[in-house]
Design a protein around this ligand. Sequence first.
Ligand SMILES: COc1ccc(C[C@@]2(O)NC(=S)NC2=O)c(OC)c1
Ligand SMILES: [Zn+2]
Length: 218
Amino acid sequence: MKKLTFAYESQSDLRILNTGHGWKVEAPQSGSRLEGGPLGEDIYQLEQFHCHWGETSAEGSEHTVDGRAYAGELHLVHWNTTKYQSFAEAAQHPDGLAVLGVFFDVGNESNDEIEKIVSTLSEIKFKGQFTDIPDVIDPTTFLPSGLGYWTYLGSLTTPPCNECVIWIVYKEPITVTEEQLVQFRCLSACSGEAEEFIVKNYRPPQPLGNRALRECNA
Ligand SMILES: COc1ccc(C[C@@]2(O)NC(=S)NC2=O)c(OC)c1
Ligand SMILES: [Zn+2]
């Protein structure tokens, strides 16, 4: 495969919302480009990023590596702007979306970029609430230093589970603290006063079946 290349803008005042299933940052970036690697000749543009986690740090990722789960997984969602006119249209095609998956390992060092997300969560405790992230966010800073990855053709991980995702899962995790994950788990799935914490929002991996899994050791 050709080398995977990416270019992102740094943006402030990005909107973060509580979807009821977790937090999501809306980051449509017409100036961003993800291309190469398994993406053929097409250019993909960043649309949003969100995260999955578990009740304890022994689980939480949506992919496992030789059966091992990580404490969480960040999804940087891109859509094919070469072939399609909108994100919604792209999500109807096998080469419509490209999602970068980044595993979370728990360590003692707080992740400064994730902390910019955590610092807003008290303002979006309930489903439907949203706020703007005052800090400047550069999506590049969410990526691990080692850029080796696995890639395969897969799907969205929640219904409607469209088979429209070219998955690119980085082999090297990034580090977050247990406290940062504890803050994720304090989000409520409800819009009212009732508190039903979103303690886990990862979906179990499905059999690979006859899909080809490729890797790149950047
Ligand atoms: C176009 O409709 C959808 C529907 C759901 C999701 C969310 C998700 O299912 N997909 C991934 S990736 N992780 C998830 O939790 C989505 O994200 C791009 C797009
Ligand atoms: Zn996801």
